[in-house]
Write a new protein. Sequence first.
Length: 206
Amino acid sequence: RGYLRDLIEERRSSPGEDLISALIAAEEDGDQLTSEEIVATCNLLLIAGHETTVNLIANAALAMLRHPQHWAALAADPSRASAIVEETLRFDPPVQLTSRVAVEDIYIGDVAVPKGDIMMLLLAAAQRDPRMYDRPGEFDPDRGVIKHLAFGKGPHFCLGAPLARLEASVALSALAARFPNAQLAGEPVYKPNLTLRGLATLPVTV
């Protein structure tokens, strides 16, 4: 945060053609972002633009290594990568939950949610709902149309979704092609994080 604060002050005095300069210059109805708001935005972009995609790739690799027929199928046919990415986003998403603030008094089912309350939305649980998915606990890239909320919805939809999908598809295709005989060599270890689901270690033999 200290690094970002220093960089923001530097860009205030010497603007460039970069994101921080654009955030400093952004204005709506005379209102501009504070330095702390710019720091928070940059932190969000760093996490959302890096760690989530890394976790998506690792979670997909693990799911396929636990179901070797899908690893072999991807090695033989790189066009399967897109379906594997979408099923991973449903089955084991890199972001497990998100929060929303009620902008008015609402009811969700029989539960009253007052205006201003913060709701924690368990995306990973919603994507295992048997009312929405056949065999929700099974990793199956061949299930057909794969709907999920991994990138959010509406005005909060992830801006980086197309890039994340592309990066994951390219990485997984390359991994399977380069190491078609890869196998799990032990149990993976997850990072201790409530929101982001990612691997600390993934032992593999190639």
